[in-house]
Design a protein around this ligand. Structure first.
Ligand code: HEC
Ligand code: HEC
Length: 299
């Protein structure tokens, strides 16, 4: 009996030691991901502050950029999560008010942050979806920066984002939490595409749709989300859109109601932001979606 207990003790002790070692290794690996230093040769983009450019930047930020979804209506920043185990998720105050980045950021700092997902210190930024913003061309990125620099200052001194032990371990499972690691920082810059009602421009505008409707727009589970989020519908000509006209599409995005009368949940499908897309932009996206190969819905 005593012998069995002794062995049981050794086995249990061994298991506990293994678990402790595994946790320590995961924490170290996660910590490495969060504390990695990126030394990127950031290429400047032209930032001109004429009214037309600022308006173009505002339009991008408020529609396809979805920046307000996380940074707040006035981009004044907000606390999304503050938990000692997960950590702090705090989309920054992007204005030049107290607690905002506007007072200290240079144009290159904005490019490094938005396009590369890396802060001025060289550390990777958490959550801000630079893996998509990386595909924004120089003309739009320059306009976005011009608009951010023109924001009305809002005083909102909020804490900085900092992942706790759980958040760090999750970065190992969900790389979109620290997108800098997913980006080819040396890639050739995306070409400027002339704004037009064209398949090519529609494809450029529709980059943001892939966040939830899949890389091939064929829908399925929204990446990184659980069962509480509805599936992203298939946007290729094999999905519900196959029986829609361009007007049906535009009216769905503008009103959040499909031709079949289904009301889209704006918490998951951000149509309240896309509502402000122009007729031409919606027509271009429609042309592009209609040109896609009909694909089965992603499983
Ligand atoms: C899914 C949520 C989310 C969206 C959408 C988002 N951001 Fe962020 N952003 C964050 C979070 C969280 C941080 C703080 C990251 C950190 O400090 O590690 C951040 C940080 C930043 C920073 C760096 C600020 C600093 O403190 O150094 C900039 C610049 C920025 N975002 C710009 C944008 C712009 C422009 C858009 C839209 C085109 C945008 N973000 C959309 C979540 C988001
Ligand atoms: C943040 C995630 C997200 C993004 C980004 C997004 N969608 Fe959606 N979309 C959804 C979800 C989820 C649904 C299903 C909503 C529901 O069932 O209430 C949906 C539904 C739709 C529908 C209705 C389809 C149907 O069969 O009923 C259309 C059309 C659509 N999205 C188009 C787009 C387009 C175009 C873009 C890019 C400009 C886009 N979505 C970007 C998540 C997203």
């Amino acid at each position: 009996m005593v012998k069995i207990l002794k062995w049981l003790g050794i086995v249990l002790g061994g298991l506990v030691a293994l678990v402790v070692i595994a946790v320590v290794v995961l924490l170290l690996l996660g910590g490495r991901r969060v504390n990695k230093e990126y030394d990127i040769d950031v290429a400047a983009v032209n930032v001109s502050n004429d009214a037309g450019t600022i308006a173009r930047g505002k339009h991008y930020v408020e529609t396809l950029g979805l920046c307000q979804e996380c940074h707040g209506e006035k981009l004044e920043g907000e606390i999304l999560e503050d938990d000692p185990v997960f950590g702090k998720l705090v989309p920054s105050n992007l204005t030049s008010g107290v607690g905002g980045i506007g007072g200290s950021y240079t144009d290159i700092d904005y490019v490094r942050a938005v396009r590369h997902g890396v802060g001025p210190s060289g550390k990777p930024l958490v959550l801000t979806p630079s893996e998509f913003f990386n595909r924004i061309n120089d003309a739009d990125l320059g306009a976005i920066i011009a608009y951010l620099k023109s924001l009305t200052p809002v005083d909102n001194d909020i804490p900085k984002t900092k992942l706790g032990p759980l958040g760090r371990v999750i970065t190992l499972l969900d790389e979109t939490l620290v997108p800098a690691g997913m980006i080819d920082h040396e890639a050739v810059r995306p070409q400027d595409v002339a704004p037009a009602v064209s398949v090519e421009y529609g494809g450029y505008l529709a980059i943001v749709c892939t966040v939830c409707h899949g890389d091939n727009h064929a829908g399925g589970a929204v990446p990184g989300e659980g069962a509480e989020v509805p599936l992203g519908p298939n946007l290729t000509p094999k999905g519900a859109l196959s029986s829609w006209s361009g007007e049906d599409f535009a009216s769905t995005i503008r009103t959040g109601t499909t031709p079949a009368g289904k009301i889209l949940d704006s918490e998951f499908m951000p149509w309240l932001r896309f509502q402000a897309l122009t007729d031409d932009e919606l027509a271009a996206i429609w042309l592009y979606l209609s040109s896609l190969p009909p694909l089965d819905t992603n499983s």
